[in-house]
Ligand binder design. Structure first.
Ligand code: SAM
Length: 324
């Protein structure tokens, strides 16, 4: 097989990670993401399994090696297993992961693992059923069942994403995360909330770490294979691990290796990009892989050095469509 030369942007960053949002639909209404629904959100999924395969093939041909499927909520797609099996054995794909709210994961984890999914990130902001319901509008129990099903299906590593919306969340709920990871080999990552339509405040990573340090010794460790922006800590003798993702107090643009395809087929070079390239016309071209490759290369070339000052930025208008 011919070696693929790495895709590199103007600032020397290697671009090897593609995140594809499969739908704008979601079965939750998280307060910081799409409270009360998103008036502009589309019910119709635009990207087919064949489109996703074409996009991934094009990316792999340019040096992308890692792909994440996200949403909206990707488990809203009945054909998610078909999408996964369509790409999981493409040559050059080193990592295939999914970001999900976990509501529908318990029954589908075995099938997704069989289709070739390697690992999963589950979003979970509180282990208190009432607080979880208040934040998301959904129920906690199916998420915990989904996490255990993912572990049982051999999806590894399992990571949890927690956005703590305020100091009271930290003070009241940090202990429950610590308890959860004592006997489960999962990586909990606390994420500073980024400015979205309705969300303008965040809990700084330093404050989160201070609070967690009250639960036991935090020892910095290397993260799981696959990199990513989190810094990780072992906490006492827990099987699981704590991670911190600090896009605002410690931006990681200098290490950003990703491009994104939104659920409507827009290719974004930055989460905060206002400009985007439309991939849909390329998907209908006579040589779709070639045409999409050109768009991916153009998006990499347009990647900004950094997002503007995030705290004052106008915000991410459609997190539900881009997929985080
Ligand atoms: N529905 C899936 C889920 O819940 O994981 C995938 C889509 S969701 C938009 C992807 C991730 O974005 C979730 O972990 C969610 O917590 C995160 N997210 C959404 N809004 C955010 C914000 N304002 N700041 C930080 N993370 C956010």
């Amino acid at each position: 097989m011919t070696a693929v030369s790495p895709l590199t942007d103007r600032f020397g960053r290697r671009i090897d990670y593609l995140r594809i949002s499969l739908t704008e639909r979601c079965d939750l209404r998280c307060v910081y993401c799409q409270p009360a629904g998103c008036p502009g959100a589309s019910d119709a999924d635009v990207l087919t399994a064949e489109h996703v395969r074409t996009i991934v093939e094009a990316g792999l041909g340019l040096g992308i090696t890692r792909v994440r499927l996200t949403g909206g909520e990707p488990l809203m797609r009945d054909d998610l297993e078909q999408i996964v099996s369509g790409i999981s054995s493409l040559p050059g794909l080193a990592d295939l992961s999914l970001t999900t709210n976990g509501q529908r994961l318990a029954v589908r984890a075995p099938g997704l693992a069989a289709a070739g999914l390697r690992r999963v990130n589950v979003s979970l902001d509180s282990f208190d059923p009432g607080a979880y319901r208040a934040i998301t509008g959904g129920e906690l129990a199916p998420v915990v069942a989904g996490i255990d099903a993912a572990l049982a299906a051999g999806l590894s590593p399992v990571k949890l994403n927690a956005v703590l919306s305020g100091p009271e969340m930290l003070d009241h709920h940090a202990g429950a995360f610590v308890k959860f990871i004592r006997r489960r080999p999962v990586y909990v990552r606390f994420i500073e909330a980024m400015p979205t339509g309705s969300c303008r405040s965040y809990l700084p990573a330093a404050r989160i770490l201070d609070r967690l340090a009250q639960e036991g010794d935090l020892v910095p460790i290397a993260g799981p294979p696959g990199g990513g922006p989190a810094t990780y800590y072992r906490l006492g003798d827990s099987l699981g691990t704590i991670g911190i993702i600090a896009p605002i107090s410690d931006p990681f643009c200098g290490r950003c290796n990703r491009l994104r395809v939104s659920a409507s087929g827009r290719l974004l070079s930055c989460l905060f990009s206002a400009a985007a390239l439309d991939v849909l016309p390329a998907l209908g071209a006579s040589d779709p892989v070639g045409a999409v490759s050109e768009r991916i290369a153009a998006a990499a070339a347009a990647k900004p050095r950094a997002y503007a000052d995030v705290a004052s930025a106008s915000g991410i208008s459609a997190m539900h469509a881009i997929g985080g």
